[in-house]
Design a protein around this ligand. Structure first.
Ligand code: FBP
Length: 548
C-alpha cells in the first residue's frame, strides 16, 4: 500500500488512555451513581423504554471482574457522517477486547447499519487494523445512514448476531444513530435476545453533548481544519483587500462549529443560529446586521472581510424554519406524488400550492436555485440536508441588493466557500486520537460489565488524558419527543449552543471589535508533533466551558 510520510508517522502514535482505563476491563467494577430521567417528555420516554429508562450513570472502581475474561464476539458499526477518529474508536475497542481475552473476535459491519442487515462484515484483526490506526476516515469498514427502526430490521439484527454468536454491538454515531442504539437495546431486552448495545458519541457537529459527554469526537479535528482554512482566507482577504468572503461551515442544526472557528480566527461576523432563533430575528433583520457591519468597514476604507455562516442557520430564521417544517411534513405526506414530478418548475409549483400563504410568500421570494435546494431529498431521518443549501449565497445577494440601495455597493465583491467535507476525514488531532481510543476502549469495559443502552462517556477532557474519567450514561437520559417525518418520535435532543454559556458570552464580548477592526488570528495547520501545549490542546469552546 502507498502511504504518506505523515501516515507512517501516525501509525507509530500511541494514544493516551485515562489512568482508570489502563487497569483493563478485567480489573474494573461498575459504580452505579444517580438514577437518570430524560431530557424532556419523561412520561412518554419512560413508557417507550420500560426496560432501559431511568438507569444509573456508571463510573468505575478497581476490582475483579472475572466475567470480563469470558470469550466474546462483538459487532461494530460506523454510522452517519464521517468524523475524524472513528478508526481509533475501533482500535481502542479491539485492544480492550484483546487485553481481556485474545480469543475475542471483532466483527466490523460494512457500510453502516445496513451492513448488519445484510450480514456484510469483515473480521477486524490486528494486521488489518494496523493500516488504520490514528488515521482519519471511516474506510476501515465504511459508514452509512440506514435507520434501524422497524421490528423486522431488529429481528434481522438479532438473527445475524446469533448466527455469529455476537453478544454485543457497538454503534458509533451521532444523535440519530445513538437514538437507534437506544431503541435497539430496548427491543433486545424486551425480546430477551441477550445482545447488548453500546453507543459512542460521534459527530463533527458537536451537538451530542451533556455533562457526561463533554464533546463529541471529531469536533476537535474538524474545527481545527476549518479554522486553518478560514485563517488562510482571512490572510488572503487582508492581503488583497478587495473581497468579502462568505464562508458557510458544516454543522447541521447547531452552530457549535462556527462558534469555535470564530473563536479561533476572529472574523468580521459569525452568525449563530441559536441566537437568531432566540431573538426571533427575521431574514431581513439578519441581513440588516450584516449590511451595517459591511458598510461600517467600507466607511473605514476596508472593502473586504470574512464572515461565517453556519449551515444550519436556515432552520433558526423563524420564517424559514416554519417553511422548512411545512415542506418536511408536506414531502412526507406527498412523497409519492412529489417523487413522480420530474420538472423542477413543476416541483416548485406543486409545493407552493400546498404551503400556507405566509410560507408560500417566503418561498416565492427566494431565488429558484435556493427554492430547489430547500426541496432536495430529506435524509433517512427526515432532516432537510442543510449541507446542500447555499445560504451564504442567498445572504450575500441580499446584502448586495441592500448595499446598492443605500449607495454603498460599488466596491462590494464577494467570494463564497463551503467547508464541510474537508474536515470530516482529516487525520485525527492528538486530542481526537486519544479521546476516540479511550471511548472505544471504554465501550468494551461497559460491555464487560453487561450493560446495555449505554453511551461510552469519557470526561474531564480539558485536563491531560491521564486525568480523564471514564464511565457510561443511559442513552435515554438524552432523549425527548420530536416530530420526524410528520410523526412524534423519541430522539436524542440536539445540544445547541447555549446562549448563557461562556463560549458564546465570550464571543459576544469580542464580536463588535472583530466586526470593525481587522483582528484576524491565523491558527495554521493541525500540529501532530511537538510540545503538548501546541499538539495536545483542545478546542477553545471546551477550554472556556471548563473554565480554563
Ligand atoms: P452526523 O450527524 O451523522 O455526524 O453527520 C454530520 C454531518 O457532517 C453534518 O454536519 C452535515 O450536514 C451532514 O453530515 C452531511 O451529510 P452527508 O454526509 O450525508 O452529506
Amino acid at each position: 500500500m502507498n502511504i504518506s510520510v505523515l501516515q507512517e508517522a501516525r501509525y507509530g502514535y500511541k494514544p493516551k488512555l485515562p489512568t482508570i482505563l489502563t487497569s483493563g476491563a478485567c480489573k474494573l467494577v461498575p459504580v452505579f451513581g444517580e438514577k437518570t430521567g430524560s431530557a424532556a417528555d419523561s412520561e412518554a420516554i419512560a413508557s417507550l423504554f420500560p426496560n432501559t429508562y431511568g438507569a444509573s450513570i456508571v463510573s468505575y472502581a478497581k476490582g475483579e471482574n472475572s466475567d470480563a475474561k469470558s470469550v466474546r464476539n462483538v459487532g461494530v458499526i460506523l454510522s452517519g457522517g464521517q468524523a475524524p477518529g472513528g478508526h481509533n474508536v475501533i482500535s481502542g475497542l479491539f485492544d480492550a477486547m484483546q487485553a481481556a481475552n485474545p480469543e475475542n473476535r471483532l466483527y466490523g459491519f460494512k457500510g453502516g447499519p445496513s451492513g448488519i442487515l445484510k450480514d456484510d462484515y469483515r473480521i477486524i484483526d490486528a494486521e488489518y487494523l494496523a493500516a488504520f490506526r490514528n488515521t482519519g476516515g471511516f474506510d476501515i469498514i465504511g459508514s452509512g445512514r440506514t435507520k434501524l427502526e422497524t421490528e423486522e430490521q431488529f429481528e434481522t439484527c438479532a438473527k445475524v448476531c446469533k448466527k455469529h454468536d455476537i453478544s454485543a454491538i457497538i454503534i458509533i454515531g451521532g444523535d440519530d444513530s445513538n437514538t437507534n442504539a437506544a431503541v435497539l437495546a430496548e427491543y433486545f431486552l424486551q425480546k430477551k435476545h441477550d445482545i447488548q448495545v453500546i453507543g459512542c458519541p460521534k459527530t463533527i457537529d458537536g451537538d451530542l453533548k451533556n455533562e457526561s459527554i463533554e464533546i463529541s469526537f471529531g469536533f476537535d479535528t474538524a474545527t481545527k481544519t476549518y479554522a486553518e482554512l478560514v485563517g488562510n482566507i482571512a490572510r488572503d482577504a487582508n492581503s488583497a483587500k478587495k473581497y468579502w468572503h462568505f464562508i458557510r461551515l458544516m454543522g447541521r442544526s447547531a452552530s457549535h462549529i462556527s462558534l469555535e472557528v470564530a473563536l479561533q480566527t476572529q472574523p468580521n461576523f459569525c452568525l449563530i443560529g441559536e441566537e437568531i432563533g432566540a431573538k426571533n430575528q427575521s431574514l431581513d433583520e439578519v441581513v440588516d446586521e450584516l449590511v451595517q457591519i459591511i458598510a461600517a468597514r467600507a466607511d473605514d476604507g476596508n472593502y473586504f472581510g470574512v464572515g461565517l455562516v453556519p449551515e444550519g442557520v436556515v432552520e433558526f430564521i423563524p420564517e424559514i424554519k416554519v417553511l422548512i417544517q411545512e415542506i418536511n411534513t408536506l414531502l412526507a405526506k406527498e412523497e409519492k406524488t412529489f417523487g413522480a414530478i420530474a420538472d423542477d418548475h413543476e416541483k416548485i409549483r406543486f409545493v407552493t400550492n400546498l404551503l400556507s400563504s405566509a410560507s408560500a410568500h417566503v418561498f416565492s421570494s427566494f431565488p429558484e436555485a435556493f427554492r430547489l435546494q430547500l426541496l432536495a431529498d430529506r435524509d433517512s431521518h427526515g432532516n432537510v440536508q442543510v449541507s446542500k443549501i447555499e445560504t451564504e449565497k442567498l445572504l450575500s445577494s441580499m446584502v448586495e441588493e441592500r448595499l446598492n440601495k443605500i449607495g454603498k455597493g460599488a466596491k462590494f465583491q464577494t467570494l463564497h466557500h463551503f467547508f464541510g467535507y474537508e474536515g470530516r476525514c482529516a487525520f485525527p488531532t492528538n486530542f481526537d486520537a486519544d479521546y476516540c481510543y479511550s471511548l472505544g476502549y471504554n465501550a468494551f469495559v461497559l460491555v464487560a460489565q453487561n450493560l446495555t443502552g449505554y453511551l461510552s462517556s469519557v470526561t474531564n477532557l480539558a485536563k491531560p488524558a491521564s486525568k480523564w474519567q471514564a464511565g457510561g450514561i443511559p442513552i435515554t437520559m438524552m432523549m425527548n419527543m420530536e416530530v420526524r417525518h410528520g410523526e412524534s418520535k423519541p430522539v436524542i435532543r440536539k445540544a445547541l449552543v447555549e446562549l448563557d454559556g461562556t463560549p458564546f458570552k465570550y464571543f459576544v464580548f469580542k464580536r463588535d471589535e472583530w466586526a470593525r477592526k481587522t483582528a484576524y488570528t491565523y491558527p495554521g495547520a493541525v500540529q501532530y508533533f511537538g510540545p503538548a501545549e501546541l499538539a495536545d490542546r483542545t478546542t477553545i469552546t471546551l477550554a472556556l466551558e471548563q473554565g480554563r
